[in-house]
Write a protein that binds this ligand. Structure first.
Ligand code: AMP
Length: 283
């Protein structure tokens, strides 16, 4: 029988559990999530299991990273399904705080990251986003006191923001990135995919196809600006409203003029109906 994680809903309960792990000299890995768990999330948990003695998965839909116009109210939530998915995944603790636990009345602090958080990618279209993420991740780090924290490359800019933030603040936490897990047709797994209609779901994999087409052409020596221009057109022809398609330096995420400024990462965000999809690939 798969062992379910112990569920922690209050800070005192979490602190007691973390102290117990620390007393036993267990290394702790944290996997922060917003729930609606899929195989992408579970791959992070498996990586955590391999790297640490104990694994904490947090499940918290963080209001601070949603703008009032965004999908906080309709964000998919299914805690029972999440806990069932975590049973047997290797997670020891599920940290499931209430919103009032994370943001009690009078809460007034915000961490505003710079560097990779202000390069004209996600930040341009979701200006509130990275401060919301950095604030909640700082709280999760202090609450769970992990040795390792694991983030998916699916949110590539976020991974860079957290890595920089952890280094800048001398946090004694190793930040690990994990590869993107995809559906068999290439669509990057995402909790938001649940919002796609059948017709949109049929179109959605063309986003990844456009990325891989661009990556192939760049690898074969085609001119970067032309490839990106054609990629943008292909994504719009498929029926998306494009936020951005960019070729960036994979390490710094800074804009690049030619393939010589690589290694290159292609990053995209586009809307299909009311669902916003993001994806990225290495060249
Ligand atoms: P979320 O619940 O969307 O906030 O995601 C929680 C963590 O899972 C983040 O570090 C994401 O980058 C990661 N993640 C989400 N989708 C995937 C995926 N398809 N493959 C790998 N990691 C993912």
């Amino acid at each position: 029988m798969a062992r379910p994680p112990r569920i922690m809903r209050t800070l005192p309960a979490l602190h007691r559990a973390v102290a117990r792990l620390r007393r036993r000299n267990q290394t702790i890995a944290l996997v922060p999530t917003m729930g609606a768990l899929h195989q992408g999330h579970l791959s992070l948990v498996r990586l955590a299991r391999r790297r640490a003695g104990a694994v904490i998965v947090s499940i918290f839909v963080n209001p601070a990273q949603f703008a009032p116009t965004e999908d906080l109210a309709s964000y998919p939530r299914d805690l029972d399904a999440d806990l069932a998915a975590l049973a047997g995944s290797g997670a020891d603790l599920a940290w499931v705080p209430a919103t009032e636990t994370m943001y009690p009345p009078g809460f007034a602090t915000r961490i505003v990251p710079g560097g990779p958080a202000s390069l004209g990618l996600e930040d341009k279209f979701r200006p509130h986003f990275f401060a919301g993420v950095a604030t909640v991740v700082a709280k999760l780090f202090l609450q769970c006191r992990p040795d390792i924290a694991i983030f998916g490359e699916k949110d590539y800019q976020q991974l860079k923001v957290i890595t920089t933030f952890a280094a800048d603040l001398d946090l004694p936490i190793k930040i690990l990135g994990a590869p993107i897990v995809r559906e068999s047709d290439g669509l990057a797994m995402s909790s938001r995919n649940a919002h796609l209609s059948a017709a949109e779901r049929a179109v959605a994999p063309s986003l990844h196809r456009a990325l891989t087409d661009c990556a192939d052409q760049i690898a074969r020596g085609a001119r970067l600006d032309r490839v990106i221009e054609q990629g943008r057109a292909a994504i719009e022809r498929a029926g998306f409203v494009l936020d951005y398609l960019e070729a960036r330096n994979a390490d710094t995420l800074r804009p690049i003029g030619s393939a010589r400024d690589g290694p290159i990462r292609l990053l995209v965000a586009a809307r299909l109906g009311r669902t916003r999809l993001i994806d990225n690939v290495a060249v």
